[in-house]
Ligand binder design. Structure first.
Ligand code: AHG
Ligand code: MN
Ligand code: MN
Length: 327
């Protein structure tokens, strides 16, 4: 990696914090702990086969999904590191049925929602997986954590992003001032700014969807997919689908494209979870000039009503999402 002008994630966060001289540095500390947790998980991911941590943990989560060993490991690591930052009062995780209260810091300023390991079905086959996170500020620090703190609209998010454990490991995030991507330099174990101010390319690109479920997609989505395939006279688009939201989204963020997870017969509200999958990715997408919609409403405008609530997701290039909505 080029040394000249190298900016590490820590330096980036510190310089952002310096712009606000009166802040206490809680958010920066939380970022540092999330960053450290991701390095620990990255290390586990990189040696999973050797350390015997591939495969199922012989358990299911609240959503009835088989938990993989790495799901459990990543969940424990992130919870431990976030809790030890002493900045959060509660954590919401895909792998934890109820709200996890940080007993060491009940007056903590922040709440984190996370999918500790996204794309778990790809763990055993060595394809890209990741971690998704979002950070909210609590409404009233003098009161115990309440539904009002937990069920905040995506628009209220303070920061959101993801770590992708791919052919390289990247941390991509936004605090509402654009999107920046940092690549983990494995030699020095530092995230270094490699993708400043990421923007979704204006050019329409790839479409990503699990077409095996096409039979029970909404008719409008079927019409849009037919268009993507060139069945209505347009130039066909390329299809790419890994089955790992982070990896599919990340590719489309760089190359241009739309990711779709519509409602299906077996998943009438779609499959992806609002609080810790759809909202953080929607925030990154919007900050990069893209769009994220459910078919009814912008993802960031939904007022959540359940911890593990699911919604359909159409996310990516603004023009592609708008084209789908008009199909
Ligand atoms: P998770 O591994 O956190 O449960 O998420 C899996 C999700 C998401 O990453 C991906 O986009 C989707 O499942 C793929 O679903 P299908 O296998 O139904 O296509
Ligand atoms: Mn997931
Ligand atoms: Mn997961």
């Amino acid at each position: 990696m080029q040394q000249k002008g190298l900016i590490t994630f820590d330096q980036f966060i510190a310089s952002e914090q310096n712009k606000f001289p009166n802040v206490q540095g809680n958010l920066s500390r939380l970022f540092r702990h999330i960053q450290l947790a991701s390095k620990l998980v990255n290390s586990d991911v990189r040696k999973a086969g050797l350390a015997g941590i591939l495969g199922s943990a012989q358990n299911t989560n609240v959503q009835g999904e088989d938990q993989q060993k790495l799901d459990v490991l990543a969940n424990n690591t992130f919870i431990k590191m976030i809790e030890s930052s002493k900045t959060c009062a509660a954590i919401l995780s895909e792998e934890v049925d109820e709200v996890y209260y940080c007993e060491n810091n009940p007056k903590g300023k922040y709440i984190v929602a996370m999918d500790p390991l996204d794309g778990s079905s790809n763990i055993d086959v060595n394809a890209s997986i990741g971690t998704i996170f979002s950070i909210y500020k609590r409404i009233d620090l003098d009161q115990p954590v309440s539904d009002a703190d937990i069920y905040q609209k995506g628009r209220e998010i303070v920061a959101g992003g993801y770590i992708i454990y791919g052919s390289s490991t990247m941390l991509v995030f936004s605090t509402g001032n654009g999107v920046n991507g940092f690549t983990l330099d494995s030699g020095i174990q530092e995230y270094c700014l490699s993708h400043p101010n990421m923007q979704m390319p204006a050019k329409e690109g790839i479409y990503s969807v699990n077409e095996g479920n096409m039979g029970t997609f909404p008719e409008s989505v079927k019409r849009y997919i037919a268009k993507c395939k060139g069945e209505t006279g347009e130039k066909p688009k390329s299809a790419r689908y890994i089955g790992s939201l982070i990896a599919d989204f990340h590719r489309n963020l760089i190359k241009g494209g739309i990711f779709m997870y519509p409602s299906t017969q077996s998943a009438p509200n779609g499959k992806l979870r609002l609080l810790y999958e759809c909202v953080p990715m929607a925030f990154v997408a919007e900050q990069a000039g893209g769009k994220a919609h459910t078919g009814d409403i912008d993802v960031l405008d939904i007022v959540p009503n359940e911890l593990h609530q699911r919604v359909p997701l159409y996310i990516g290039n603004k023009s592609m999402v708008e084209d789908l909505l008009q199909s």
